[in-house]
Write a protein that binds this ligand. Sequence first.
Ligand code: 6PG
Length: 234
Amino acid sequence: MTTVGVHPDAEAAARAAAEAIGAALGEAREQRGAAHLALAGGSTPRRAYELLASELSDWDGIEIWFGDERAVGPDDPESNYRLARETLVEAGGPAISQVHRIEGERGAEAAASAYADLLAERLPATEDGIPILDLALQGLGPDGHTASLFPGNPALEASGVCVPVHDAPKPPPDRITLTFAALRAARRLIFLVTGASKAEPVAALLDSDPSIPAGRLAGSAELICDAAAAPDRG
Ligand code: 6PG
């Protein structure tokens, strides 16, 4: 873990995340003319996305991606795309046309394959052909999962960039996720974590504990959390 920012409460953590993401996108666009951000799903980032909308005076050249998606359509309450639309887009951020949706309604296999192709088409890549995101925002589950990389799931060992997930313990069971390789290739990886229920996985994350999926990304990642999620380090 490169940096850890502990904030008094979830609102302050959301604000810190929005500011960090906005600054990173502005810097990337300045340097390369475009910026690519992958969003986390779940409930934690909702407030950060609302705040992020006003962190840039314009969203030209910014493209929005997803670290994972449920195998559902865009209007499903479980859709991470719907979360982004209802917050970041509707709060005045990027246009919906700048948001690259994972087409979960096609089923996990077809959606993952199509998304990997789209990433390859639009992003610069490493020598190994892995698309390079400018920033990937990650959540953290109570079991230490991140994106839809769940403990013991075959997706943890998958090669490639974007893969289907089945039997996820967090409903819905069928999902699509970026792989470890794709997440590690991001120029910046920020975990946004709040709430006392995450204190245990946060402690494992800070220890880069490989027994949890998020621990396998900790090396070059940054953590923004609230005091409730921060382990009491004595
Ligand atoms: C998802 C997320 C998942 C999420 C964590 C934390 O699609 O479910 O990508 O990885 O970030 O489960 O979820 P909460 O923020 O709701 O606690």
